[in-house]
Design a protein around this ligand. Sequence first.
Ligand code: NAD
Ligand code: ZN
Length: 342
Amino acid sequence: MSRIGAIVRKVAAAHKYAVITDSNIEPLYAGKVESQFERETVEVLTVSAGEASKTRDMWSRLTDQMLGKGYGRDSAVIALGGGVVGDLAGFVAATFMRGIPVVQVPTTLVAMVDASIGGKTAVDTFAGKNLVGAFHPPAAVLIDPHLLATLPLRELRAGFAEVIKHGVIADEVYLREVASSASELLSAGGATSDMMISLIVRSVEIKAEVVSRDEREEGLRKILNFGHTIGHAVELVSGFSLLHGEAVAIGMALESKLAERIGLARTGTAATVTRTLQAAGLPTDLPRDCGPEAVIDAMRSDKKGRSGKTMFALPLRIGAMAGADTGWTVSVGDAQLREVLA
Ligand code: NAD
Ligand code: ZN
């Protein structure tokens, strides 16, 4: 944290910096970042915490504030926050004067292992999440796990869903380590421990490896959608009362069952996925108020839906995904999907 100023000046040299953050993070950390720059070269711009800020309206307000304060082409953005701030501030940077550098400083586990890696930026629209955005790789991603000390436990747990996803798609040994260390990492002091640092490092490696082989999601990157086809639908049907990671946990449990049911995944894969999610205290079943038909309907409206069939990123076994010959997705008919959701 104390080295952010020096590193940012090196990787994104600029005359003026905009630190974009949210209302929960600002009182905790914005001052520490701001104080590392000369007073007249930095401003903190704060949005209300929560997904509701990831809008075009907020994008235009931030952009207008920067224009009003005299930011020019020689400026840079520091995105200090979770995935909401990272996506929003990243999109501001992607479009401001046709693109200025952004340095991501993630403050949630979700943002550290997932949202800040890979260069996707976006805002939400009335028609769905992340529908307007740009690829804008950050000049750097600065991860300081000490920031996790203040993150609410439920948010920390939600981050484990993406960590577990990385294990399932790419690394069986890693998944076993995550399963055996989850309860310790989620108890007092765990979030800022050395063990957490190695977990974040391995997760970032896996995501970065996938993304570097397919930056624009033309193929391989689709494996990162494991758990997300059902997960996004569950998130929607829950009225966003479930956190993204919680919905994706349910999605991974069900999609791995689906992979076994259609004879794709090795027997036992779903049990391992479910056990690991439960070790992190994550849900693995559809909530009672989330009926199978509502989930299927919601999947239809998702970008990944195709009539009567749905494309999934599914495991062959722990550490290997299916679909190498078919663009890393597998088409599944509604009948089989219904059986698994029922
Ligand atoms: P978030 O940004 O809303 O943060 C969760 C909550 O924790 C917020 O209330 C926030 O104010 C608070 N918070 C953040 N850091 C804190 C800290 N250190 N101490 C105390 N409180 C803290 O949610 P998130 O889970 O980080 O991100 C979700 C968003 O990320 C979604 O919009 C999702 O679409 C996006 N996302 C993007 C990508 C990508 O590739 N671009 C990948 C995954 C998720
Ligand atoms: Zn996700």
